[in-house]
Design a protein. Structure first.
Ligand SMILES: [Fe+2]
Ligand SMILES: [Fe+2]
Length: 206
């Protein structure tokens, strides 16, 4: 767990997001706990599989492989935490939903042969999702009435803040810092525009 002062630094970094979550979202989420837990479970699962894909794709980049290997375990642990929370409440995992938010982010990724640009965008996509998820978990942790659930989401918030930082650091390890910063700003602008187009719903983490 991060000491308080570090956590507030992380939280500050998340505020790099250009558009804060609509405050109505927490109230909606509170009313659809089963759906939000299901959606959350799949987010964690996707985080684990995305890290595995990155390891497979960039297996020659040793630092990336060693940095992401434990994240796979951590994200899978998150999935299991959410799964057992569902089970405890007699709720089912249910079906995976189409993830409009992630799809919109993937549409912004540069594809093609320029490996460095592709790598950068893939790392920044991960950082973006971590940052927004962290902000959403913070909203839940701050806004929910239930003390148990406030703490439940706080743990995820802390963990995803660390992941956000890790993906940015990995990008800076392989790519010129100035290029990372410039592209990250483009991602932040784009993500804010995406958020504006997505309907506020209580059954989605994003
Ligand atoms: Fe996670
Ligand atoms: Fe994460």
């Amino acid at each position: 767990m991060h000491p308080e002062h570090e956590l507030s630094q992380d939280t500050k970094a998340i505020l790099g997001l250009k558009l804060p979550t609509d405050p109505r979202w927490v109230n909606l989420a509170e009313k659809s706990l089963e759906e939000i837990l299901t959606d959350h479970a799949y987010c964690e699962q996707k985080a684990a599989t995305s890290c595995i894909s990155l390891i497979q794709r960039y297996s020659r980049r040793e630092e990336l492989v060693h940095a992401l290997a434990p994240i796979v375990t951590e994200e899978w642990g998150h999935f299991r935490l959410v799964l057992s929370e569902l089970q405890k409440r007699g709720l089912k995992l249910g079906q995976q939903r189409k993830d409009e938010y992630v799809q919109a982010l993937l549409d912004f990724q540069i594809t093609g042969n320029a490996e460095e640009k592709r790598l950068l965008d893939q790392l920044l996509t991960m950082a973006m999702i971590e940052a927004r998820s962290c902000e959403r978990f913070k909203r839940l942790s701050d806004g929910l009435e239930d003390v148990y659930m406030k703490n439940f989401y706080r743990r995820f918030m802390e963990s995803e803040a660390g992941h956000y930082t890790l993906f940015i650091e990995l990008a800076e390890l392989y790519i010129d810092k100035e290029k990372v910063r410039k592209r990250w700003n483009e991602w932040l602008e784009y993500e804010a525009a995406v958020m504006k187009t997505i309907t506020v719903r209580g059954d989605r983490i994003h």
